[in-house]
Design a protein around this ligand. Sequence first.
Ligand code: 4NP
Length: 163
Amino acid sequence: MIKILFVCLGNICRSPTAEGVFRYKLNKAGIRDGYLENIFIDSAGTGAYHVGGKPDSRSQEIALKYGVNLDDLRARKVTRQDFLDFNYILAMDRENVRNLTTICPPDQQHKIKLFMEYAEKCPGITEVPDPYGSGADEFERVYDIIDRGCSGFLKYLYMHDHL
Ligand code: 4NP
């Protein structure tokens, strides 16, 4: 089984969107995910501000427009166990990478990657910007960036025989 964790700061905007979009793309490709399947995906935040909370209503609204329902997701904080459990820990921005790096055991550091490293058709965009303090337009832009990141990562998994 391959396990993938999407990480941002609050786990209410970017990483739950990435989890939902990635799950949608997997399911559309006929691949189920979960504890009893070949692939397990989850998301978490480096901060604890919103633990237990639903994804931001602005993220939910845009995702739903594209058929992706985030309503069942709940925010949680990254744990040390995550570094042992997951194969890929995909950070939305460099600050997330830094925060992850400081709490990750030395022998698991290779699992931490910038999510946008795998993106397609996104020249020059190496991070998913934090939309929390911005307006609806920025949430739209962030959704599009995440969508491209998810497509690229899905292709990467196929190319590396993970799926
Ligand atoms: P996220 O966005 O990291 O994409 O979930 C944020 C959500 C909340 C906060 C910051 C970023 N906050 O400071 O509460």
